[in-house]
Design a binder for this molecule. Sequence first.
Ligand SMILES: Cc1cc2nc3c(=O)[nH]c(=O)nc-3n(C[C@H](O)[C@H](O)[C@H](O)COP(=O)(O)O)c2cc1C
Length: 137
Amino acid sequence: MNHLSRLLYVSRSSAQVGEAELNEILDVSRKKNKLLQITGILCMGGGHFIQILEGPQDELIRLYCRILDDRRHYDSVLIGIAPIQQRIFKDWSMGYIENPPEIMDANRHQLLEVWRGRTESHQLFTLMRGFLDQLGR
Ligand SMILES: Cc1cc2nc3c(=O)[nH]c(=O)nc-3n(C[C@H](O)[C@H](O)[C@H](O)COP(=O)(O)O)c2cc1C
């Protein structure tokens, strides 16, 4: 079954990723994600990426495998993939959020705690809602 699902990962950006590389990632993502009915956000700052992707599970997994091979980042940790009833980022083929290093460090730490099973996963929802609020600004 190709369930509507959400996938979340964290990774570290390679040294070469500046504004031009980031814009290229966002341009390609927005074009390709639209075709695949994938929505989500990319959050960057302090040398970290946090990405949330929503869409049909098969396409999400295929896309994540492609993204894993991308040398513009490394040390990717898949925090989770789970079926969802509805999208949070339905209006965004790839929304972009830039956050200061200290916020990204804290977000990454919190997500890794979820991954390790030390934090309740409902806190994930609070984090995602926070990202949605940032997009609205
Ligand atoms: C952090 C990061 C996030 C990315 N997110 C997406 C994405 O959401 N959708 C997408 O199509 N490509 C994304 N890419 C780019 C893919 O890795 C890949 O370069 C792109 O899809 C083109 O793939 P292709 O050359 O096989 O067609 C991302 C890359 C990085 C480094």
